[in-house]
Design a protein around this ligand. Structure first.
Ligand SMILES: [Zn+2]
Length: 189
């Protein structure tokens, strides 16, 4: 059972990437900032940004605790935002940037929405479904495949953020048990 404790101040600073260089690090920096917003709202700090032809069409963080909604993962919220922004559920040409590898639900939604590419910072060997625990992208009869950038983009920063959050939560005696000893794979990813 995970239960949000009282807010713990986030010791990490937001990043201010140059808008002149809109590369993977730029977009992941914005996803990282979303994760910090999540922490400040006492949510598991996972952030997501969706880019489409150079424009940001969605930016979100996990809101599972606040919404009391198990589907309110950063990626799910971002996919919905992006579809609304584009007026099309088919997110052809879009790239999803997320600070942690998507779970089964979010990986499935990315396939269903036909995004072009997924770039995630931290691999999740427990629940990640784009290569960490398993890979939905390898389903043999699915006709859409995602391009993947797995790790390497702000990986250390995003990992440190998640690990720090769970370490601080564990120190809170009111938290009986988090289901993940390494701070990954908890709800919200
Ligand atoms: Zn998810």
């Amino acid at each position: 059972m995970t239960k949000a404790g009282p807010s713990i101040p986030c010791p990490f600073e937001k990043r201010y990437p140059s808008e002149l260089q809109r590369d993977d690090t730029y977009y992941m920096s914005l996803a990282f900032n979303g994760a910090i917003d999540g922490w400040r709202a006492d949510e598991v700090p996972i952030g997501c940004v969706i880019e489409h032809h150079g424009e940001i069409v969605a930016a979100s963080h996990n809101t599972v605790e606040g919404a009391q909604d198990p589907t309110a993962h950063a990626e799910m919220l971002a996919l919905t935002q992006a579809a609304a922004a584009l007026g099309d559920w088919r997110l052809d040409g879009a790239t999803v940037y997320v600070t942690k590898e998507p779970c089964p639900m979010c990986s499935g939604a990315m396939l269903m929405s036909r995004v072009k590419r997924v770039c995630f910072a931290v691999t999740d060997p427990k629940m990640g479904c784009l290569g960490g625990a398993t890979n939905l992208n390898d389903l043999p009869k699915v006709n859409h495949h995602l391009e993947l950038t797995q790790g390497g983009v702000l990986e250390a920063e995003c990992r440190a953020l998640l690990q720090a959050f769970f370490q601080m939560k564990r120190r809170d005696s009111r938290i009986v048990d988090l289901d993940s000893p390494d701070g990954q794979s908890a709800q919200g990813g």
